[in-house]
Design a protein around this ligand. Sequence first.
Ligand SMILES: [Mg+2]
Length: 352
Amino acid sequence: MPSIGCGLLGWLSSENRELVTGWFGVILFSSSIVVAMSIKARRSSARKTQRLTATAFDSLLNGTDIFIFDCDGVVWKGDCLIDGAHDCLWKLHQANKKVFFMTNNSILARSDYLQKFHRLGLCWVLSDQILCSAFAAVIYFQKCPLSTNDKKVFVIGQSGIVDELTLAGIPFIGGPDFSDNCLHGAIGKGKTPKEIVHDPDVEAVLVGFDSAIDYDKIQYAQLCLNNNHGCRFVATNTDSVKHITPDQEWAGSGAMVGAIAGCTLQAPIVTGKPSSWVIDFLCEKFDIVDRGRVCMIGDRLDTDMLFGLNNHLSTILTLSGCTLPTSNWQDDVVTPHFVVDSIRDFFALTTS
Ligand SMILES: [Mg+2]
């Protein structure tokens, strides 16, 4: 059984990933685990984040073919478009720029997001422009497929993952309704729970956000990862918190992924931001050679901006979502190229 440390090193070396994010930077000493934050971003100590000016935006516009927008906190908040987002995105679309939307939220599939874009009035958005982390998991399994046709994925997650795997024809078990009821009424009541019989053909455990995660799901994943030879631990993302309601942070996918890491001592292969699976997919699909002509716009330093910086993209931090104007974002090791209050400012800058 690989340790978290070995798993992490294997993950980095085999895929040549350039980053370790969040608490998955882990060092294993004998039986003691020391968890250390280890974010490696491409940071120049001499470079500071610049406020986006009209001149800088004009230059960026001329030098950029592809704009990738994070969604929540950048394009919308909950079910409301951010003021000016519609105008900004339409102008980029009209300027023949390729526009993509990339979210780490695995609850929904691309088809669900498409409905949301259209509901919010962005009717020109096509399914191909949407890159959710459930689809990022599909990209991963298409690059690194299951070894034989009888192998399958065990899913801890909701309908977004289930729908994307189904669409891609990737065999899986589990999902939101999975339950073995192995422990109900047993623990602490002097009863012996029945043992779970896990499927020996599960070759990967895929973990995303699951508001109904329970001990049965964790135990099933633990059995697969610890007993099925070569079983891979894959996560859509490791976001620590998310916004389910506008004013409160809720435990994110990192909580579900952490539960599985905790009982297997393995580190996950992350498919969403900040990993490079999606940008590699885009570069291959659109023959992008110069990644400097791609710009990532997002409101989170540890996912959006780290994704951009580690993948050689230009980066714009927006202060309209997770990162607030009053937070000490300037002190972070992750240093975006530009900052704006909102994407509303992009074209307003050029006309003011
Ligand atoms: Mg966001």
